[in-house]
Design a protein around this ligand. Structure first.
Ligand SMILES: [Zn+2]
Length: 129
């Protein structure tokens, strides 16, 4: 309806701008990235049994559900955190700069170190007794 009004009084160019704005707003509505391939070609895919919104990645077909208790941290943020960790900044500072929770950051760091320990067992294990 909006498009036909613009077409009547406007040039084809103005219609194209409307279409661009339209797709931009769609992207903002679904400002999500796929946890597998990081694509933002993510669409809503109905709801799962507990009522949570289910999403599907159009690039790789991965389906996933957003858990509000577990905010998805994008790859860019993770890369930034990795760099900041190398600078030996305090976790609280990194959490403030990157906008993640300290609790999430602590879990992330633990996961990082766990995978490092698994890969190359250079650090002696500390025994509890
Ligand atoms: Zn994907």
């Amino acid at each position: 309806m909006m498009m036909s009004i613009l077409t009547e009084k406007g040039s084809p160019e103005s219609v194209r701008i409307v279409e661009m704005n339209h797709s931009t707003s769609i992207m903002l509505d679904t400002a999500l990235t796929c946890p597998r391939c990081d694509s933002n070609q993510v669409v809503k895919n109905g709801k799962i049994h507990n009522g949570n919104q289910n999403f599907k990645c159009k690039s790789c077909g991965r389906q996933f559900v957003l858990d509000p208790r577990n905010k998805i941290i994008g790859q860019e943020t993770r890369d930034l955190i990795d760099k900041l960790l190398l600078e030996k900044l305090p976790l609280a500072g990194i959490a403030r700069v990157t906008g993640v929770s300290e609790r999430w950051l602590q879990t992330y760091v633990n996961t990082l170190y766990t995978s490092v320990l698994k890969d190359i067992e250079v650090w002696p294990k500390k025994r509890g007794d």
